[in-house]
Design a protein around this ligand. Structure first.
Ligand SMILES: Nc1nc2c(ncn2[C@@H]2O[C@H](COP(=O)(O)OP(=O)(O)O)[C@@H](O)[C@H]2O)c(=O)[nH]1
Ligand SMILES: [Mg+2]
Length: 324
């Protein structure tokens, strides 16, 4: 095992460094498809080129556009590069890659959206929303595990009451991460489950409550109306709750994710975005477009189905995993 034969007093640091390296390699592995299409194409474009011509910029635009970075963001990147070329600040195609990297990094650095925080002794309530199949329940399981590792008491509220299987899936996660699951029978009013859940969480001094919701409804109620009702009921039971609203997005859907952000943000206001399934797609550029357009921080990215495949999003690591 690496690190074990090293001197005792530095053992922990070395082990931490090894662990960081391992984590970064997993990230790079998870982002491999994005990396090979995006950076691979950039490298081929710049190969052997001596100067930055209009043709080269046009091809660059095409690469950016097809990496799901989005029209607006692509345009902004191209404009800034063009400006630098005109002002003769940028001549060498090799340097162009660095300029792009820096610019993309600046898009990825987004500050927190102001959101309420729980009063001391009260639970942090996180509402998890998103369309069907994006990975809400899985993300809750993985994120709950992270809080459990910090010694926090976690409760999961099954507010996706439409399918029995949805509740069962949350119960399985609850067992895995040792978190109590609050549920009612299939078809129950989701807001009633949330009310029950928060009542229990307050009396049991739970630290973190996750509310799992449905992504599609088979009743006449509109999904946004139902989510707004859940939001209201939570706030009535515990002022300030839900403190955070996480929108889960499936990265493989590409540009469609952008319209989902628009829709959910307008209806509910989002504190964070979680981007799942980055491991299965070359569309990782979507992260750039989302952050640049909405300035809503990406809290975690999902790079696989395993328990530790949910990673805090870090702008530098992300850019490094894709570019370097
Ligand atoms: N490869 C991969 N699969 C994921 C990731 N996150 C979730 N999934 C899978 O996506 C599927 C749908 O997830 P689920 O949590 O049930 O979605 P929900 O309908 O939004 O609750 C499941 O098979 C998950 O294992 C991820 O980051 N990577
Ligand atoms: Mg679910």
């Amino acid at each position: 095992m690496p690190g074990l034969s090293k001197k005792k007093d530095t053992g922990k640091e070395i082990k931490d460094a090894d662990q960081d390296k391992g984590l970064f390699q997993r990230l790079q592995q998870g982002l491999l498809k994005t990396r090979s299409t995006f950076t691979g194409r950039l490298d081929r474009l710049f190969l052997g080129k001596k100067e930055i011509t209009d043709d080269l910029l046009e091809e660059l635009e095409e690469i950016l556009f097809t990496s799901d970075i989005g029209v607006t963001t692509t345009q902004e990147l191209i404009d800034s590069v063009q400006e630098k070329v005109v002002r003769k600040e940028l001549k060498d195609p090799e340097k162009l890659k660095d300029a792009l990297r820096d610019h993309i990094l600046s898009f990825l650095k987004v500050t927190e959206v102001p959101h309420p925080v729980p009063e001391p002794g009260e639970p942090l309530v996180i509402l998890v929303i998103g369309v069907n199949g994006v990975g809400k329940t899985t993300t809750i399981g993985k994120a709950a595990q992270r809080f459990r590792m910090e010694g926090k008491q976690v409760m999961l509220v099954a507010a996706d009451t439409f399918r029995a299987a949805a509740v069962e899936q949350l119960v399985v996660w609850g067992e895995r991460v040792e978190a109590e699951v609050i549920r009612q029978k299939t078809g129950a009013d989701p807001s009633a489950v949330v009310f029950d859940g928060l009542t229990a969480a307050i009396s049991r001094k739970i630290d973190v409550v996750f509310i799992d919701t449905a992504g599609r409804l088979h009743t006449k109620t509109n999904l946004m109306e139902e989510l707004s009702k859940i939001h209201r009921v939570a706030g009535r039971k515990l002022p300030g709750a839900p403190h955070e609203a996480w929108l889960v997005l499936d990265a493989t859907t590409g540009q469609n994710a952008i319209s989902q952000v628009e829709m959910f943000n307008k209806a509910l206001g989002l504190s964070h975005i979680i981007l799942t399934k980055l491991d299965g797609t070359a569309k990782g550029g979507i992260v750039v477009g989302i952050l640049q357009q909405f300035k809503i921080p990406v809290k975690y990215i999902g790079i696989g189905e395993k328990l530790d495949d949910l990673r805090p999003f870090n702008a530098e690591d992300f850019v490094q995993a894709i570019f370097d």
